[in-house]
Design a protein around this ligand. Sequence first.
Ligand code: M6R
Length: 632
Amino acid sequence: MCGIVGYIGPRACAPLLIDGLRKLEYRGYDSAGLAVIDTSPTALGEPPKLGVVRSVGKLGKLDDAIRERPLPGNIGIGHTRWATHGRPTEGNAHPHLVGDVAVVHNGILENHVELRNELVALGRKFLSETDTEIAAHLIDIELANGAPTLLEATKLALSRVRGAYAIAAVSRREPDVIVVAKSFSPLVLGIGDGEVFAASDVPALIQHTRDVIFLEDGDICELRAGAVKIERLLVHGDGSPERITVTPVVRHPRRIDWSPAQAEKQGYKHFMLKEIFEQPTALENTLRGRVSLDDGDINSGEIGLSPEIARSIRRVVLLACGTSHHAAIAGRNWIESVAKVPATVELASEFRYRDAIIGEGDLVIAVSQSGETADTLAAVRDAKRQGAHILAVANVVGSAIPRVADASLYTHAGPEIGVASTKAFTTQLSALLMFAVWLGRRRETLGEDRAKQILQRAIELPTAMREVLDLADACQKIARRQIVATEANHCLFLGRGLSYPIALEGALKLKEISYVHAEGYAAGEMKHGPIALIDAAMPVVVVAPKDHHYEKIASNVQEVRAREGRVIAVVPKGDTTIAELAQDVIEIPDVDPELTPFITVIPLQLIAYHAADLKGTDVDQPRNLAKTVTVE
Ligand code: M6R
């Protein structure tokens, strides 16, 4: 994963790079580093100094190191790391310096073993265990062999590597240039007034400019203060003597509508808490301008697919990972219940490695907050190659999955910084619900009256969500009493129907940030195994809104209580049946049974958040995780 940044312009760059890295820490945070070119006068004939500072641990450590060893200069690159090749040590931290060249890299060079052996045989000495250092050596070799510029040397070096990269390089021999290149890993340029930024993601540069260029795979760029040259690098695997072809490309900047304030904590203790509380507004933003209550429909222009496709598809296949997969399960249910179209949902990481039967007549919906998840992207590319139509449901505008897709339905949640996904989830739900309504209306399987009713109630959801957010203190007490005070090591989450993906999501939230082992289960499956786990030490969170599963799940609660399990129940307001059996109860407002996931997930997010906060874990940057998983 990792995050990279670059700056070239008139300002001192170290503070800008550190600040950019701070916005990218969600991508990895086990070590970090900067390389800055100091162009102040040197002894005659001496090239400028290229200072590198690296440190292990969170960014604060790098900040301290730079305070001790300042890095003056206004051209530089930086990196925050999530270890793939080599442990998180200072030696493995980026930038990697070879000769006069420093390199930062996000991605994995797949042929690194072969290249390293080749370079070692040439007498090259490696100071790290990383694949990135290979790229630095390759550039250095091309310069030594006569490549006239850093750009040319980087092109030749990249023609030797296979795999994924977003890379940035600087050389003290060319102190007015940064070279960046992209293949599969994300990279965006920010175009300012006489200055240029490069970063793995928009929040790292949004404070300085809203005009951005999302680079495409194969792009290689020479950045100068106020000037960007972009070329497309085509590498021939056909043994031709000219191993690369380069064509100039023009990419116009697009204006991003995220505000810098959205990427700040704004007084909340953690980004995750802020993002939980942003959900009502985020949902309003997702629905805004897309829903027509007059005719119970969704604006087709927003979906981006033609009515003919809607009518002709035989099946919908939803592909996603993690939290997005849980939203996709709810989406699958709606596509079947609302639009009456057969739908399946798959983990992208499984789908792409089996011989899935997919093709014409299938519509694939790829659900991804970042739009960059490697497994989802690869699965989408496969499905597209086989003739399926692709709709992306993504949050990050211009990210890789929407670019591959035939159409994109953006969730407009704003930047999500906390590694644990919250507002991305509820906005994905709303995008999928809108899609189901749109599809049902095109296929005439959903009547106008019911469509109007669903949409009207969807518009009312933010009010109900705010009511649930008022229960934050109650959720904190439950987290303290049931999980933290009892030092619970395990927790079970149960749900049926639309509450099943919510049980999965509640369990994922708890385990990823509080490190308590948690299982989400379809409540009807409990008797097929997990019931053996239940005893007085097992907290069981039961998601039981008012829908046609209510009575069945009430029986499951009886079964848990009969084995002395401790029940925390999410129930409809005024409920007595389950409430009387449970140790702790969270009452949620009455909403349409089709829309309960929007509401039931909030107390589960809050319980997970407070359990983690009370335990003192790093809520926004849990161990071993990264926000955007660009490795397979
Ligand atoms: O960016 P994506 O939605 O594709 O990311 C998918 C998962 O990596 C992500 O949802 C992950 O599971 C989160 N940490 C969950 O909170």
